[in-house]
Design a binder for this molecule. Structure first.
Ligand code: F6R
Length: 609
């Protein structure tokens, strides 16, 4: 997730901007830059990679001035490079941006036909060009921003400086946070409070559609209609570490709570509602090529493999395509029957997992077309693949993967919808039906997050247990695996995920009153069978935690605890159950006094075999 910083005041801006960018480093970034306005000039310095690279550039060619904006970029459109780093300039203005402009391609084509020349691959640059166009007839930057806002689809927080308005930074937001503050030396802005805390604790969180003008000794805020607005600053009591975590106790909790946003961001701009189609330009695959794909494969590791297993059910049930799902470390050492024209889908949060990468290389060597579903833009897998679907989750800092899984499943929904429409197994109406229901998922995840207290109280009762069993069927079998993986990773409790129907083939021998069993039992065609499994468990005195569909009270008297997720189509249940299981694992680990963000023996990115 990009970071934005800005300062206008009496002090030299560069050190303040650099220190602010350091404070934003935790958000993850692949390039950084800043711009200073001074004596009728706008000077920009940018570099790929770490902030030390930007510092080295500034060391060689220093800049002075007391009005400036800075940015750390986490790539979404265009690879990480100096050219794609912010700030971006058009004419007499520069800007930095956080967010995603969905309609940037349409806007870019329109601007190019009007003679604008683009220097980057980013969606951000269209905002700079649009603004400089409007500024030719509009005298005030804040009004120009309001006009341009009507043309932008997506979400953004922007900070802009114009030579026409020296000593000012104008900011606005829609869907992405922006915080501003003032102290005796000047005005500050940032994408979260972390960098502001060393200067002021009195801050204002801008609302969607508002525009603010920052000057050395005052901040003016305008509502979305352009009317001046009285505002009340809020006092922040967090320390810098808590601020990085957005007020959450750790990154894992923050990332769990980011999932509604992740779903929206991953879907954003990637479908055509009218035609009921997914729109995936980075797939770099024509309809003919997709139709010609002989066989489909998914390969991944760990949590990403679980997302891949969910994908298998989606491919089979939504579009009737057979698909083989493999673990990276197994695939690479088999002699897989993969052939030219097969479509090989590699799923990875980091894009650097050694086994997944090796499998993708092997598939490519054998002539398959490689599609990556990746979170980290510019990662090795993303660069080596023929096509990419980026999950727009922002950096996942906690070692245990949570929001990345959700982003991967959403990317798979889009891919399956795309395949279904291309193969014409899904009609436009069916496509629209799925899109409508994908778009309900953020609210449904919110609904689950609001019931966190209930899961926390269940966690408290079982935190001392030594073993757990997770049972699921059909598309929720991989979710049983994921729930068990999450628990073992962060709580160090032995947990097994099983296909519920397999229980009587072995694990039932383990069941007694000391073995809590988590049963995923949505109202689907396997419901009766899941209930029978639950009864078998109950008969052996095991405590049962049942995850069910809202409105199903049949298990209230049978299970020890019942947690309901919204009643959705069975193929849409995996994300909702997973969020509940993430919370369960999290609260059990917290009860055990463990460091949830840094579990022992685990690395965030497994770049070795
Ligand atoms: C589980 C977890 C790991 C990763 C696995 C693959 O919480 O984090 O199982 O999912 O190491 O990593 P990526 O997705 O980066 O390839």
């Amino acid at each position: 997730m990009c970071g934005i910083i800005g300062y206008v005041g009496r002090e030299s801006a560069v050190p303040i901007l650099l220190s602010g960018l350091r404070r934003l480093e935790y958000r993850g970034y692949d390039s950084a830059g800043l711009a200073i306005q001074h004596n009728g000039n706008l000077e920009i310095r940018r570099s790929e990679g770490k902030l030390s690279n930007l510092e080295a550039v500034l060391h060689k060619t220093s800049i002075e001035g007391s009005t400036g904006i800075g940015h750390t970029r986490w790539a979404t459109h265009g690879r990480p490079s100096e050219q794609n780093a912010h700030p971006h300039r058009s004419g007499d203005l520069v800007l930095v941006h956080n967010g995603i402009i969905e309609n940037f391609l349409t806007l870019r084509h329109q601007l190019e036909s009007e003679g604008h020349r683009f220097e980057s691959e980013t969606d951000t640059e269209v905002i700079a060009h649009l603004l400089s166009s409007v500024m030719k007839r509009e005298s005030r930057l804040d009004q120009a921003i309001r006009q341009v806002a009507h043309e932008l689809h997506g979400n953004y927080a922007i900070a802009v400086m114009s030579l026409a308005e020296p000593g000012r930074i104008v900011v606005s937001r829609s869907g992405c946070p922006l915080v501003i503050g003032l102290n005796g030396t000047g005005a500050f802005l940032a994408s979260d409070v972390t960098p502001l805390l060393e200067y002021t604790r009195e801050v204002l969180f801008l609302e969607d559609g508002e525009v603010a003008i920052l000057q050395e000794s005052e901040i003016k805020v305008f509502d979305p209609e352009g009317q001046p607005k009285e505002y009340q600053a809020e006092t922040i009591h967090w320390d810098a570490e808590a601020a990085e975590k957005g007020g959450y106790p750790d990154f894992m909790m923050k990332e769990i709570h980011e999932q509604p946003q992740v779903i929206m961001d991953t879907l954003r701009g990637r479908f055509n509602y009218e035609s009921g189609e997914a729109d995936l330009p980075d797939l770099v695959m024509t309809k003919e090529e997709l139709l010609g794909a002989r066989r489909f494969w998914i390969v991944a590791c760990g949590t990403s493999w679980h997302a891949g297993l969910v994908g298998k059910y989606l491919f089979e049930e939504m579009v009737r395509r057979p698909i083989q799902v493999d673990i990276g470390s197994e695939f690479r050492y088999r002699d897989p029957m993969i052939q030219p024209n097969d479509l090989f889908i590699a799923i990875s949060q980091s894009g650097e997992t050694a086994d997944t990468l090796a499998a993708a290389r092997e598939a490519k060597r054998r002539g398959a077309r490689v599609l990556a579903i990746v979170n980290a833009v510019g990662s090795t897998l993303a660069r080596e693949a023929d096509g990419v679907i980026y999950t727009r989750c922002g950096p996942e800092i906690s070692v245990a993967s949570t929001k990345a899984f959700t982003g991967q499943v959403i990317a798979l929904y889009l891919l399956v919808l795309h395949v279904g429409r291309v193969h014409e197994v899904l009609s436009p109406e069916e496509g629209r039906w799925w899109l409508d229901h994908f778009l309900l998922l953020p609210g449904q995840v919110e609904h689950i997050l609001k019931q966190e207290n209930m899961i926390e109280s269940i966690a408290k009762q079982y935190a001392k247990k030594r073993n757990f069993l997770y049972l699921g069927r059909g598309i929720n079998y991989p979710i049983a695996l994921e729930g068990a993986l999450k628990l073992k990773e962060i709580s160090y409790i032995h947990a097994e995920g099983y296909a519920a129907g397999e229980m009587k083939h072995g694990p039932i021998a383990l069941i007694d009153s000391e073995m809590p069993v988590v049963v995923l039992s949505p109202k689907d065609r396997l419901y009766e069978k899941s209930v029978s499994n639950l009864m078998e468990v109950r008969a052996r005195s095991a405590p049962v935690i049942a995850f069910v569909s809202e409105g199903d009270h049949a298990l209230d008297q049978v299970a020890d605890h019942v947690f309901a997720i919204p009643d959705v189509h069975p193929l849409l249940t995996p994300i909702l159950f997973t969020v509940g299981l993430q919370l369960l694992a999290y609260h059990i680990a917290v009860q055990r006094g463990l460091d949830v963000d840094r579990p022992r023996n685990l690395a965030k990115s497994v770049t070795v075999e």
